[in-house]
Design a protein around this ligand. Structure first.
Ligand SMILES: [Ca+2]
Ligand SMILES: [Ca+2]
Length: 396
């Protein structure tokens, strides 16, 4: 486990959702194990909790595989919804997927031709109201609400690692909390905190709620949660190719959903971070956190928040070299992503694609509100800026 390593990638990644849900648990448990070896004195549960709270701030990468789903998607719900209310029809087309700007990262190259059939797409990110309807209809419990499964965790720990106290194995999620003063940007744990009880109903943890936020995007959703919702809604998650084609809104070789005007120029065009990340936000766009959907103009296809607000899961596995593989293949019609995941930064962790950036993205760092920007996260990870939207085949 790499902790606190200062690299270009770390700095780029500090505002993106690859901080892993399980990193904390594994790190805490390994610490717990070492502690037992070196310190024979018995620790009280309260002392262990204090130690754990300190460890949280050190864990930044190399997430392990997560536990199996308590509710497999196949059993979570069946499609009960029909129609295309709240969706817009995205036309079929051919475009060049990928980037050609200096802001692009290596995995956005090479730019390659892709053909996409027409499809329906949610005009907004899935809202709290929509997700609540799903949960009330199905009883679905999200990843962040589930107690970690020790039987799964221990398989990824050194043999003999003792079971931690139950107080450690509790449902939690990662919440962005702005530090009070300027901080060095190599340590994401200065603004991401593991908060017990944080989930989609309690975005900032216990004491917070979604009351009055029915039209805000749902957050703290894992890929598994998003896929379960989509199945229930009679929809699916977009492929990465569909998502980028839709985000481009019919424009050609555009950097952003609105065109090529710099994100910092003119009127706010999306919910991003303005000022100095992560401690000073000028609120030029009026929102420090998520904004209600439809708060910013649509792109030319009528889609809101394809840049910023919350990250959006795609169906595809993430593979850093997928574009190179695609450009060499004749099969570029409706590409559905690689057969498996590969992230050279964390090769043992299967990851899915996320797109669009969030309210934490700033132009001087990840600028992931660019239409070609790619992000990845293990599919069981959801943070306080992780959301999604769905699509539906045109023929249905
Ligand atoms: Ca903002
Ligand atoms: Ca978005």
């Amino acid at each position: 486990m790499i902790v606190g390593m200062i690299t270009k990638n770390t700095i780029k990644r500090y505002m993106v959702p690859n901080t892993n849900y399980w990193c904390f648990i594994l790190f805490a448990l390994m610490f717990f194990s070492c502690r037992q070896e070196s310190d024979k004195a018995q620790k009280t549960e309260a002392e262990m909790e204090l130690v754990t709270s300190e460890i949280i701030t050190s864990c930044s990468s190399n997430p392990p595989k997560r536990f199996a789903l308590v509710q497999p998607v196949e059993n979570a719900a069946s499609a009960t919804k029909t129609g295309t209310s709240g969706m817009v029809l995205i036309p079929a087309g051919t475009y060049f997927m990928g980037a050609d700007t200096e802001k692009a990262r290596a995995d956005e190259f090479p730019k390659h031709e892709v053909k996409v059939d027409g499809f329906w797409m949610d005009e907004t990110e899935v809202t709290n109201a929509q997700f609540q309807e799903f949960v009330e209809a199905t009883g679905y419990i999200t990843t962040a609400e589930r107690k970690p499964d020790w039987d799964e965790i221990k398989n990824q720990l050194p043999p003999g690692t003792p079971r931690p106290p139950d107080s450690i194995l509790v449902a939690s999620s990662l919440v962005f909390i702005s530090p009070k003063s300027q901080v060095l940007l190599h340590n994401v744990n200065q603004w991401w905190q593991w908060v017990r009880g944080a989930d989609w109903r309690h975005p900032e943890g216990p004491g917070s709620s979604i009351e009055g936020k029915s039209e805000y995007p749902v957050v703290h959703v894992s890929w598994d949660d998003a896929a379960a919702y989509a199945r229930w809604a009679g929809k699916r998650l977009p492929t990465e190719a569909e998502w980028e084609w839709a985000a481009r809104g019919g424009l050609k070789d555009n950097v952003y959903p609105w065109g090529n005007e710099d994100v910092e120029e003119g009127r706010p065009k999306a919910n991003t971070w303005q000022g100095r990340f992560p401690d000073s936000n000028t609120l030029k766009d009026k929102y420090a956190g998520a904004a209600p959907v439809k708060s910013f103009p649509t792109n030319d296809y009528g889609l809101y928040d394809m840049a910023g607000n919350v990250w959006e899961w795609c169906a595809d596995w993430y593979h850093a070299d997928y574009y190179s593989m695609s450009s060499e293949s004749a099969n570029t019609k409706n590409p559905a992503g690689p057969g498996g995941s590969y992230d050279p930064q964390e090769p043992l962790v299967p990851k899915r694609v996320q797109r669009g950036g969030s309210f934490l993205c700033h132009d001087s760092y990840c600028s992931s509100y660019r239409v070609s920007a790619r992000m990845k996260s293990s599919q069981d990870t959801g943070l306080s800026h992780s959301g999604f939207r769905c699509v539906k085949d045109k023929k249905l």
